[in-house]
Design a protein around this ligand. Sequence first.
Ligand SMILES: *Cc1c(COP(=O)(O)O)cnc(C)c1O
Length: 355
Amino acid sequence: MSRYWSDVVGRLTPYVPGEQPRLDKLVKLNTNELPYPPSPRVLEAIAAVSADTLRRYPDPESTELRQAFADRNALRPEQVFVGNGSDEVLAHVFLALLKHDKPLLFPDITYSFYPVWCDLYRVRWRTVPLTADFRVDPEDYRGDNGAIIIPNPNAPTGILLGLASVRQLLEQNPDSVVVIDEAYIDFGGESATKLIPEFDNLLVVQTMSKSWALAGLRVGVAMGSQALIDGLQRVKNSFNSYPLDALAQHAAVAALGDEAYFEHACGRVIASRERLSAAMVKLGFEVLPSAANFILARHPDRAARDLFSALRARGIIVRYFDKPRIDEHLRISIGTDEQCDELLGALGELLGPVS
Ligand SMILES: *Cc1c(COP(=O)(O)O)cnc(C)c1O
């Protein structure tokens, strides 16, 4: 606390991201980064940026990048908004589209940044419990609400909501903005972007941080009806006219041009996820069915907190959330098969022979 702070700052409880340890040689399975590099075209595009490009301000509208997202999703560029990572896009979404008299709804177990933005922007909110088996049931999102936001697949459960259920949410709530946060959709889900022409209350948010292996570049995108995108543009242009630097714009366009590389990398992660999940089940873990690049798992006889610490002591970093309903689980990002094997080896030693 400082007497120089505003009231708002004193009251905030900021989001705490997974740690980025400086040590090399760690098996880092805690922040859902891709274990593979981005397409080689990305570094080529960055190397090709001229000094003059850096001297000037970047394109404030990210015209080429929005066109590339529009082309990829059969939309018009006016239906695409980009920002400095999807966290920034989402922050603008909370202020522009989710702040109403009636409460914003989101699951009780979900991306823990949502309540932080609610605090920052004074958005009314109410959580809706996931079912006992950690699923989103669209029936629970009927009735009075100002807006709805759901990650699909959900984080940190990894569980996918089918497109028919997303459609049901939209049909049930024609007067509310429904935001689907698709940070992990490329690891086995079907994007709701194809519903955009039918529903002007649908906003789909995606990121290049996970499936495109570009967490360090900071590129996020929102897609929806032009009315929703115009609302976001108004906030962006009242906040920072140049959220994406020139390197990010060029590199992201180059990445989107290499769909084959992207598909291949996602395919490898999916295969490793299925292999890791099966091996964890053999070790006695209960593993939620994941359509993301991480799994959420619990061992019936071992405290998750203890496993987390013991893995850490062996140089393997996973994520532990000290929160109701998931404080007996570990969230494990899918690494390379070699990294998964190191994890499995360590867990095997920690748990001893399976009886
Ligand atoms: C990782 C993540 C984001 C944010 O990603 P950026 O790196 O800011 O683009 C948003 N939503 C969910 C659910 C995430 O897991």
